[in-house]
Design a protein around this ligand. Structure first.
Ligand SMILES: Nc1ncnc2c1ncn2[C@@H]1O[C@H](COP(=O)(O)OP(=O)(O)OP(=O)(O)O)[C@@H](O)[C@H]1O
Length: 275
């Protein structure tokens, strides 16, 4: 099985070179923002047993933009949920910074998700009765933290929302609503942002804007972003693309172009059909 032979080698390489190679970005920080080691996730048992993740080891470099790709059911969302502390792991380890998620109780996990993790989902998940600004600062308000005004101004300017802060979600386009969601994720300065198909509900122009903002947040603000996507064009905004198949890490591409990602996906299809 050539695919799985490649898996072990690739996983080892990925673990050893979390931030390699690529040019230096202005905001690049050293080390891993999150790390999976021998991470397995099994759902159900007996006839309904599904191995969603099968001993995945990889690092998400700090100040980097990583895309996770793979066919439907390959384990992308499961990996993201385990790494974000939204789901438990069956075996192995998931860390945010130096924190082993399995070592935390429910309260500690809730606090870690609130303080260290930002989320951007396909559905924008904004509160309709709040203004854009109130939505952006809501997580900090809940945490009892005072937003850093200067940082907030920087984030709002980066995502191009300066003229829209008093608007409610219903008064904003889909692209603008997703910008609010991105600003909300960045504003709290989390250790890592997980974005699950953030452009799935957007037209291609609004999608390109969101991807540009995510990339700017990495390059200019030093943010760490991990994004699940099916779209090779979306993946090309990342510094690195990792590919999952059958719950395993099978390959990765640094400094991807959409063509290179598409080629790789075609190759996996061919391998799967001929193996
Ligand atoms: N809560 C669950 N209970 C049982 N099986 C699950 C659960 N969540 C995911 N799975 C299974 O785990 C496997 C991986 O699912 P996952 O959602 O991570 O894949 P994915 O790559 O994100 O797929 P998609 O691209 O379609 O969203 C699939 O076989 C799925 O059916």
């Amino acid at each position: 099985m050539p695919t799985h032979a490649a898996t072990a080698a690739t996983a080892a390489t990925a673990a050893q070179h979390p931030t390699a190679p690529s040019g230096a970005h202005a905001g690049t920080r050293i080390g891993a923002a999150a790390r999976a080691t021998g991470l397995s996730k099994v759902y159900g048992e007996g006839d309904t047993r599904v191995v969603a993740l099968d001993s995945v080891s990889l690092e998400f470099g700090r100040g980097r933009f990583t895309a996770i790709m793979g066919p439907s059911g390959s384990g992308k969302s499961t990996l993201m949920h385990c790494m974000a502390g939204l789901d438990t792991v069956s075996e192995g380890s998931a860390r945010i910074g130096d924190t082993e998620l399995a070592s935390l109780n429910d309260r500690q996990l809730t606090r870690l998700r609130r303080d260290q993790v930002g989320f951007v989902f396909q559905a924008f998940n904004l509160l309709p009765t709040l203004t854009a600004l109130e939505n952006i600062t809501l997580p900090m308000d809940i945490a009892g933290r005072k937003p850093d005004r200067q940082w907030l101004d920087t984030v709002v300017a980066t995502v191009g929302l300066s003229g829209r802060l008093g608007h409610r979600p219903s008064q904003l386009s889909g692209g603008q609503q997703q910008r609010v969601a991105v600003a909300r994720a960045i504003a709290a300065r989390p250790e890592i942002i997980f974005a699950d198909e953030p452009t799935g509900n957007l037209d291609s122009r609004s999608g390109a804007e969101i991807l540009t903002f995510l990339r700017d947040s990495v390059q200019e603000l030093g943010q760490t972003v991990v994004m699940v996507t099916h779209d090779p064009v979306a993946a090309s905004y990342a510094d690195r693309v990792v590919f999952l198949a059958d719950g395993r890490l099978i390959d990765e591409v640094y400094d991807p172009t959409a063509e290179a990602v598409l080629d790789r996906m075609r190759q996996f299809d061919t391998d799967a059909r001929t193996s």
